[in-house]
Design a binder for this molecule. Structure first.
Ligand code: C5P
Length: 222
């Protein structure tokens, strides 16, 4: 059978990675979490004291950085220069600075290049903000996931609590709104629904329902 590419975009905490991971597993495709790549370089910049507003320094930093995404039995591990940073890249310091790093054109260009390399053989589910519009504009299936900001904040809060991470609902909502604003208003590859993307509002849907919907759309195209 044909191996297609599936692009999943949408605002922060819309459930993209949860859904993308399961869809990839069901189709035996590889899953690529592009947000984790931006988070990893942000984490490194913060650790090393690189000014996140300085595009050139950041670009030099990224050029000397390897980021590997490893999937194993439904779990993703993120390696930054060979070191496991899966947990660290989700902390609020990274979360609140990543959209500044991701707004730099030179950073995006390098990331898009790496992401295309990872996706070029097809059989891939990639999630992010610019996958359907920029990274994989020829993908056979483009999905844009949406949910209200209240629902997204509540879901993320619940997830944090379950994982035992500290979490404040009101603060989460603020952070999500700010990240969406930055991602939508930036000049280079802003978050926008691709013309040919299929919009799914997940506000009243379960994870299973969203997955089933996407699998059905994929099967029409395989
Ligand atoms: O998907 P996640 O929320 O982990 O992404 C973190 C941040 O990385 C986003 O808020 C956005 O600033 C950036 N990002 C991006 N383009 C992508 C994926 C993520 O700009 N394709």
């Amino acid at each position: 059978t044909k191996k297609i590419s599936i692009a999943i975009d949408g605002p922060a905490a819309a459930g993209k990675s949860t859904v993308a991971k399961i869809v990839a597993e069901k189709l035996s495709y590889i899953y690529i979490d592009t947000g984790a790549m931006y988070r990893a370089v942000t984490y490194k910049a913060l650790m090393e004291g690189t000014d996140i507003h300085d595009e050139e320094s950041l670009f030099r930093l990224l050029k000397g950085t390897t980021i590997d995404l490893v999937q194993e039995s439904g779990l993703q591990t993120v390696f930054l220069d060979g070191k496991d940073v899966t947990k660290e890249i989700r902390n609020s310091n990274v979360t609140n600075n990543v959209s500044t790093v991701a707004a730099h054109g030179a950073i995006r260009e390098e990331m898009v290049h790496r992401q295309r390399e990872l996706g070029k053989r097809g059989g891939v589910v990639m999630d992010g903000r610019d996958i359907g519009t920029k990274v994989l504009p020829d993908s056979e299936l483009k999905v844009f996931l949406l949910a209200s900001v209240d629902i997204r904040a509540e879901r993320r809060h619940k997830e944090n609590v379950e994982k035992g991470y500290p979490s404040d609902l009101a603060q989460l909502k603020e952070e999500i709104m700010l990240r969406d604003k930055n991602d939508t208003e930036r000049e280079v590859s802003p978050l926008v629904k691709a013309e040919d993307a299929i919009e799914i509002d997940t506000s009243t849907l379960s994870i299973e329902e969203v997955v089933a919907h996407i699998i059905a759309l994929a099967k029409e195209r395989i």
